[in-house]
Design a binder for this molecule. Structure first.
Ligand SMILES: C[S@@+](CC[C@H](N)C(=O)[O-])C[C@H]1O[C@@H](n2cnc3c(N)ncnc32)[C@H](O)[C@@H]1O
Length: 196
């Protein structure tokens, strides 16, 4: 029996291939998708389903690759992903991604600063994923902690791949009195913590 192809998986594979090719060619950062590694997507999916996360917030959409993993989880949990992006070219790319993958029912793409966006979720986000500019992570750390409900999860990408830029974030995140977490060797190195 033939199975219909899942549009999410098809779009994910295309974006992953494009990102990998751009990295190979050394395409300038601004033109790249800068997507998470697939195993980070699998981690996000697993965490979101295991914790029945319904209010999911992402800072840094780019092409929407990581959002598709979160959207897959949201489909399972009956939840919704709100994702923030500042770059107009990435916003238009992400709009195309979400339309082609047919996830517009579970994804809300918002134009603007994710830090400001987080202030609209105070105390009620189940999962926050930070994947924007590394020099902005410290500001986002405090806004994300405020957005999370107790028991909610914070995940931040690139702790190992961008270790130098994230020294202060790592120190403050690991010592944060309202978080209990660690850095795990998945993809670019993920900070994973629960809001106490
Ligand atoms: C590493 S890429 C995100 C990749 C994406 N999470 C994925 O895995 O497919 C970082 C993105 O964050 C966006 N960005 C930078 N600062 C931001 C901010 N303050 N709020 C929202 N997005 C931001 C950038 O324009 C860029 O597209």
């Amino acid at each position: 029996m033939e199975h219909a192809t899942d549009p999410i998986k098809t779009v994910m594979a295309e974006l992953h291939a494009r990102d990998a090719a751009d990295r190979e060619k050394d395409t300038p950062q601004a033109a790249r998708l800068r997507a998470i590694a697939p195993e980070v997507g699998q981690l996000l999916l697993t965490l979101a389903i295991a914790t029945r996360a319904t209010t999911i917030v992402e800072v840094g959409t780019s092409s929407g690759y990581s959002t598709l993993w979160l959207a897959t989880a949201a489909r399972q949990t009956g939840g919704r992903v709100t994702t923030f992006e500042v770059d107009p070219s990435k916003l238009s790319l992400a709009r195309g991604t979400f339309a082609t993958a047919r996830v517009e029912d579970v994804v809300e793409l918002r134009e603007g600063d994710g830090g400001e966006g987080l202030t609209h979720f105070v105390g009620r986000a189940d999962l926050v994923f930070i994947d924007s500019e590394k020099d902005d992570y410290l500001r986002l750390l405090h806004l994300a902690v405020a957005a999370l409900r107790p028991g909610g999860l914070l995940v931040a990408d690139n702790l190992t791949s961008h270790a130098d830029a994230l020294v202060e974030f790592r120190a403050q995140a690991l010592a944060h009195p309202l978080l209990s977490g660690l850095v795990i060797p998945v993809g670019g190195g993920e900070f994973l913590a629960v809001r106490l």
